[in-house]
Design a protein around this ligand. Sequence first.
Ligand SMILES: C[S@@+](CC[C@H](N)C(=O)[O-])C[C@H]1O[C@@H](n2cnc3c(N)ncnc32)[C@H](O)[C@@H]1O
Length: 242
Amino acid sequence: MPSEDPATPQAGVARQRQVQRLFSEIAPRYDLLNHVLSLNVDRAWRRRAVDLLRWEHARGGRYLDACAGTFDLALELCGRAGFAGRVVAADFAQPMLREGSGKLRSTPVTPVCGDSLHLPFPADTFDGATVGFGVRNLADLPAGLSELRRVLRPGARLVVLEFTTPPNPLVRWSYLFYFHRILPVAGRVISGHPWAYTYLPESVKEFPGPAELEGLFREVGFGETGHRLLTFGIAALHWGVK
Ligand SMILES: C[S@@+](CC[C@H](N)C(=O)[O-])C[C@H]1O[C@@H](n2cnc3c(N)ncnc32)[C@H](O)[C@@H]1O
């Protein structure tokens, strides 16, 4: 991904456009790449994210999956036995929504094309929200977390699933080798996209670690925050309550 000084608003807008373009271009191969490159572990991670959402407290409630992509996280929630609510799945890359739309037949998922930094919903709308591998892409992370908090009802939970860097040196070395040497090549071959899978490891490297991200949750006003590492710390779940 071409780089600019990240401190300027123009750079923020340019980054947003590049992210939108990237996901629009890889949309047809996104699901395949996701499962192949994560060796299918991503499914288990999404299950763990939904386990933490506390949707059982409002089974008929209204939920948001932001940066929803091709809906795997939204579908994980509404596939749970006893779930009787609705899920609004928002993403700003229309081709990702189109690509996933075939999975939505007879589900309570409503796709919405929208930017997570300016969600098209009034305050206090949702009984819970999830974001899977999305917040790392936001041009302004605190603003994005704040916006997600705005649309939650008081007492509702946000659960964020994101990649991180493993703390154990040996695991970290193997992970970084895979992430920087194997994944960009495999990603380029399967997706046909020249830089999408170079962007992924770069964006993870720049992203705050789990403790720092939990701190950001608190800074924007979330309470009862926490985080948990998944699969040796390759990914992490974060949560907070409005
Ligand atoms: C790595 S994909 C994750 C998709 C899905 N949540 C999953 O678990 O597979 C990231 C998604 O976030 C979306 N995205 C990134 N920044 C966004 C923003 N500011 N507003 C809305 N969607 C955004 C991208 O279009 C992309 O579909």
